[in-house]
Ligand binder design. Structure first.
Ligand SMILES: [Zn+2]
Length: 207
């Protein structure tokens, strides 16, 4: 069992219990749940990194090129290009109780994703370690030591209501819009892409 197996289970929306059942059916040894979580976090990290690189190096230059060639709209003196976008958020489950939410900013002309982000109200590792601490399976000192090491990988990044996730994501994405750099466009190298003209719409979404 390797990281590929974990990736496969994630793609199919299945978790560790499903993997355990499959291993039992095949009568083979299964990785433990900590290893599963470790691989899962690595898959998430690599996937996010690759997706962001793709947006930066492929989508953003393509959008800037389209605006220049088709709309005669070019970056200003500071290298900022205002673009027309749509924004929408979604949740992992229905019913306003989902612990996972995501949102994306999409260019209205090309349909390309400009930026996206996710919020999570839950971290599997934190839940497990908190339970272990409550049941006194580990000591407070061990917990604190683990927590320090875990901070970089912690999936918990939101503590409000599920319904408030979309608003938070809108603020986050708009807040960093001018930081999106065009890194591989020969004719606009070093330029920046901004969503500045859409601030009004962002406020509407945020309500
Ligand atoms: Zn955590």
């Amino acid at each position: 069992m390797t990281m590929s197996a974990v990736y496969g289970y994630m793609v199919e929306g299945m978790g560790y219990t499903s993997l355990l059942r499959m291993c039992a059916a095949l009568n083979i040894n299964c990785m433990n749940s900590n290893t599963f979580i470790k691989y899962k976090n690595e898959v998430v990290s690599v996937t996010c990194e690759k997706t962001r690189a793709h947006l930066r190096e492929e989508s953003v230059p393509a959008i800037v090129k389209y605006y220049g060639e088709e709309l005669d709209r070019h970056p200003d003196d500071e290298g900022i290009l205002d673009i027309d976008v749509t924004f929408d958020g979604s949740w992992h489950t229905r019913g306003h109780t989902s612990t996972l939410g995501c949102a994306a900013v999409i260019d209205a002309h090309t349909g390309l994703v400009v930026d996206y982000d996710t919020l999570s109200k839950k971290c599997t590792m934190c839940t497990r370690m908190n339970t272990n601490l409550k049941k006194k399976k580990i000591q407070q000192e061990q917990y604190e030591e683990w927590k320090q090491k875990h901070l970089d990988q912690c999936m918990l990044n939101f503590e409000g209501s599920s319904g408030a996730m979309e608003e938070r994501l809108a603020v986050q994405l708009w807040g960093r819009s001018t930081d999106i750099k065009v890194v591989s466009s020969g004719w606009c190298e070093g330029g920046r892409l901004a969503l500045g003209t859409e601030r009004g719409r962002q406020e509407t979404c945020a309500r």
